[in-house]
Design a protein around this ligand. Sequence first.
Ligand code: 9YW
Length: 440
Amino acid sequence: EAAGTGGPADPAGLRRLAVDTLDANWEHDHTVPSRTLYPHQWSWDSAFIAIGLAHVRPDRAWRELASLFRAQWADGRVPHIVFNPALRVGAYFPGPEMWGTADVPGTPAVATSGLVQPPVHALAALLAYRRAPDTTGLAALRRLYPALVAQQRYLADRRDVAGDGLVCIVHPWESGLDNSPAWDDPMAAVPAEAAVMSAYRRHDTTHADAAHRPTDLDYARYLAIVAAYRDHGYSDRELSAGHPFLVECPLFNAAFGAAEHALAEIATLVGGDPGPHRDRAARITEALLRRLYAPNAGTFQPRDLRTDRLVSARTVLGLAPLILPDLPTRQADALVVEARSARFGVARRMDRPLPTYDRTAPDFEPLRYWRGPSWLNTGWLVRHGLLTHGHPDLAAGLRRSMIGLVTQAGCHEYFHPDTGAGLGSPAFSWTAALLLDLLA
Ligand code: 9YW
């Protein structure tokens, strides 16, 4: 059966489907998320992909991360898209012409975006090494370590807009969950008109059903925020004076903290000092608790820095702090209650897949991207968190549910949260990669 189109049930068949999908999406030194929708290299995709590649093609896992970090800016930021110069202009929108990073000081030779994505790379590198702990892996880890440290330093020094120890994202794309209901309130304040989009040609809606994608108004606002950041020279100084979107995201900051935990272990492996990483990890967890935990809701919520208010929508982003090993028991227990509630339905035997948004909310949308559908990366993070906090039975239920999705529908980008039907790209790399990790 062709990659991504079918559902072989046996583990060997599933594994073959996943490897075929990753092989078909391999592009000389990196893996494209999807040949049709996303033909360049994406930052957090590469991290998830490396976790899976480590099981089957460890050399490629290291090349995947190395190619991404070759595009790191002098200030330490790891761009969320690295454009493949061999592709025709217009292969993806918005392309290099919109980002205009070529003349920005400190940018790499290759064209990139100017935004970042959740820093899950140190965790990915550590897991990849544990899977293949040989001399090649150790050498790769040693080369990556300073780049991973610089990535964290950029976030800590330049992106702590509120001065509270947390990272502020400057665009919904930085969250990785572009059109999550978590961004509705902060996005509503961004001036834009859907009509702006008539001047552009979106590519996503020629490859995927428009009803499953962000709307034209969303896109007009995405572009307005990119333009504001670009016209500010991608500088992070004085963002609070006028940048239209400034939010502290629980998933992004959980990844930021988990990265320091992973770096402490990597430091030990490569002969560095784990102490400073442990200290920083503890400070990040403390800041998350102080700034983003909502005791009445029993979950973490994003903070809109333009209003200094928490966003009340309950999304899967709020469960992500479970990946922090030092999350106190009280909050970890509350997140497990939230995960098991009718909103998210995590159970030993799950009757439906984990959604990205509270399925009891009136504006839950089972088809539209990050507003309901089930995705393997968020499921993988929640499962990782459940294992971290001693819930192997729930983790096993979630694992079975995720494997069931791919068994039934193939390596789709995302899945209908009721029926499990495959949605978006049919041959999506992180689905394949994380499936390999779940099957191991
Ligand atoms: C877009 C590549 C990226 C992911 C993001 C996802 C989507 C790009 O695709 O963003 O065009 O909307 O939201 O998480 O990294 O797979």
